[in-house]
Design a protein around this ligand. Sequence first.
Ligand SMILES: CC(C)(COP(=O)(O)OP(=O)(O)OC[C@H]1O[C@@H](n2cnc3c(N)ncnc32)[C@H](O)[C@@H]1OP(=O)(O)O)[C@@H](O)C(=O)NCCC(=O)NCCS
Length: 188
Amino acid sequence: MAPPPNPWTGRHGRLCAVGQELRHRMKVATRVVPLPANSGPFRAVAPQDAPLLALLMERAYRGTVDDEGETPEQCLEEVRALIAGKYGRFLDDASFLIERDGRPISASLVTLWEGQPLLAFSMTVPDERRKGHAGFLIRRSIDALASRGHRDLHLVVTDGNPAERLYAKLGFVRTPEAPARAAEGCAR
Ligand SMILES: CC(C)(COP(=O)(O)OP(=O)(O)OC[C@H]1O[C@@H](n2cnc3c(N)ncnc32)[C@H](O)[C@@H]1OP(=O)(O)O)[C@@H](O)C(=O)NCCC(=O)NCCS
């Protein structure tokens, strides 16, 4: 049987590091985050959102440091696998989506990897970036996890991804573990 995907070091599709590129882990303590009065519509992710999330994934990662050139079909496969448990149990009550007129805008997708909440994907379509969508949804995830008794939220980020700045602003800090290099034979 093939070993399970490993978000930290192993071969695991979208979450895998590119070649020798360096990635590192970060984590933040969960906390109650009051919902801002002026927040727009958002909702928890449901399995039937897979096509919407696949479209978002395809658009969000295109041309970024984590772009693997996936086809729309591969994005859909990845999203379905994520929801089915590829990176641990999908936490639908801590994963959120902003959708406008049937168009995906931003999402925060969380799984339970080896007992620890993992921000598996944070993504916003290019023409909606720098408006606070990702930060808002990650804060909703942090709040949802806190109210369910989870202490920390973890993530893995590729060095040089501008998302690092966002994560730092949200309070994520690098974890003491040595940075993980991609396992040999990684798909990307
Ligand atoms: C990372 C990502 C989710 C951020 O989404 P977003 O909705 O624009 O995020 P927010 O508006 O909440 O936060 C923006 C903050 O992130 C940082 N940031 C994001 N993109 C940046 C960029 N290109 N250059 C500099 N800072 C950037 C800044 O701190 C920025 O705050 P500012 O606009 O006040 O300077 C989005 O750029 C994306 O989808 N990227 C491709 C997918 C990806 O790499 N995801 C992260 C994988 S670990």
